[in-house]
Design a binder for this molecule. Structure first.
Ligand SMILES: [Zn+2]
Length: 142
């Protein structure tokens, strides 16, 4: 479900928020008012998987991107049908072992896995997919 801004999402969801390690603002659009008011896409199953992944990784997951409005997705070079236009997360790799972070994502049920140089993209999709970004492949294959 899409909320127009973080305030409306927090107001609607705070009473039932059950994901202690994540907050609406981390997952809301980061265009800083250029294209939207910080809209937020709520997906409880996505958040469940993110909490599960965090527990498996055993340390905090720093999110560098969550939901993106259409304007922001285009501005940052996202694919036209990017899952970020609903909900996906880019997780900073610094502080983690690449292999352990990827294993945690898979075990938590994420099926869209984008293996970047400095981040791991995760989403949930019906047909599993895994891809590399430019220049990232050698970092992941050992
Ligand atoms: Zn935006």
């Amino acid at each position: 479900m899409l909320y127009a801004n973080p305030e409306s999402a927090v107001r609607a969801l705070s009473a039932s928020w059950r994901w202690p390690h994540f907050a609406v603002r981390e997952l809301a659009c980061r265009c800083a008012g250029r294209f939207c008011s910080g809209q937020y896409w709520h997906d409880a199953e996505f958040l469940d998987a993110l909490e599960d992944m965090r527990a498996r990784a055993g340390r905090p997951l720093v999110l560098t991107s969550g939901h993106r409005c259409a304007g922001w997705n285009a501005a940052v070079g996202g694919a036209p049908l990017s899952r970020h236009k609903q909900i996906a997360a880019d997780i900073q790799i610094a502080g983690h072992s690449r292999g352990a972070l990827l294993d945690a994502a898979i075990e938590a049920g994420f099926t869209g896995l984008g293996l970047g140089r400095s981040f791991l993209h995760v989403d949930r999709r019906a047909r599993p997919a895994r891809w590399y970004y430019s220049g990232s492949e050698r970092l992941w294959i050992q």
